[in-house]
Ligand binder design. Structure first.
Ligand code: UDP
Length: 314
């Protein structure tokens, strides 16, 4: 099958492209390289897959038949989307609409990469898909949260009004090799800091929680959802809920680091806890994450060591 992966040069997107290529699909990668990198996909380009550098909120320059569209195009780490608020809104709205049009014209299945951020700072815990969320529409994070919420609405409207074959995945904090060390996310920051002997920067008191998922588990879930005919949304996230402090301790352990922790101010509207209810994914997709945290973090450590990452994160 010939499939489009928008945002395919990013961290998660490039792993998804790898999995599609391995199963024999022909991948057309669209990315404006604002947070992704051609290094993540050069091996796929060399193997004959297509890369088109473009901004899907302005154009989707793809011709020929398409069998599937994965929409992962968006800045995804808080520092990135906070630096690009208008672009984040544009790609979540106009970018999603343009890609939906391509899927519709080709009668192709469309998978929307949504996010746990649609739940905002959740008042229900763990979060089932039926929970509507608690998002501040005028807070700094809202450019990402509301763009993704609007994206879900747009996808649903195409499905109901035009019968486009769509589905929605709600992706939770994903980590693994190729995470950009300057990305600003918790795992990449801590890994970078631990390996370089810098202090691990805990925002707030470190008691906020996240449920990390290894990238290979996430990609396996995305493909199962794409291959199903389920409309979603479906939560695809990890089940081991940890405080940020515990994440720091685990990373210090797997890197055998002498780094210490320092406390920094908590960003505005930082969600206090997060863990997906994955009952639906278990029942419908027969999917659940299997990679233990220490195994996944060791893979990321080895990736950073192999890439000779030595500079301290800003
Ligand atoms: N965080 C932290 N130190 C860092 C980066 C992040 O304590 O150097 C915290 C952040 O405040 C949040 C959690 O780790 O509570 C996860 O942050 P991340 O940016 O990875 O993703 P989020 O889930 O907030 O989108």
């Amino acid at each position: 099958m010939r499939v489009i992966v928008a945002g395919g040069a990013g961290f998660l997107g490039s792993h998804l492209c790898d999995a599609l290529a391995i199963r024999g699909d022909e991948v057309v990668i669209l990315d404006n390289l604002s947070s992704g990198s051609q290094n993540n996909i050069q091996h796929l380009i060399d193997a004959g897959h297509t890369f088109i550098e473009c901004d899907v909120s302005r154009e989707v320059p793809v011709s020929g038949a398409i069998g599937g569209v994965f929409n992962l195009a968006s800045p995804a780490s808080p520092p990135h989307y906070l630096r690009h608020p208008l672009e984040t809104l544009a790609v979540g709205s106009e970018g999603t609409r343009r890609l939906l049009e391509v899927a519709h014209a080709n009668s192709a299945r469309f998978l929307q990469a949504s996010t746990s951020e649609v739940y905002g700072d959740p008042l229900v815990h763990p979060q089932p898909e039926s929970y509507w969320g608690n998002v501040n529409p005028v807070g700094p994070r809202s450019v990402y949260d509301e763009a993704k919420r609007f994206g879900e609405t747009l996808v649903t409207a195409y499905r109901t009004s035009k019968r486009t074959n769509t589905t929605i995945a709600r992706i939770f904090n994903t980590y693994g090799p190729r995470l950009d060390p300057g990305d600003g996310r918790v795992v990449s920051n801590f890994m970078y800091q631990a390996l370089t002997g810098a202090d691990l920067t805990i925002y707030g008191d470190g008691m906020q929680t996240r449920s990390l998922i290894y990238v290979a588990d996430e990609v396996r879930g995305l493909l199962k959802l794409f291959d199903s005919d389920y409309p979603g949304p479906v939560n695809l996230g990890g089940q081991i809920e940890q405080t940020v402090l515990e994440i720091a301790e685990t990373i210090v352990r797997v890197t055998n680091s002498s780094s210490r922790v320092v406390f920094k101010p908590l960003p505005t509207d930082d969600p206090s806890r997060r863990r997906p209810d994955i009952t639906l994914a278990r029942e419908i997709l027969h999917w659940e994450p299997t990679t233990p945290l220490e195994v996944g973090l060791s893979a990321l450590r080895d990736d950073y060591l192999a890439r000779h990452i030595t500079k301290v994160a800003e």
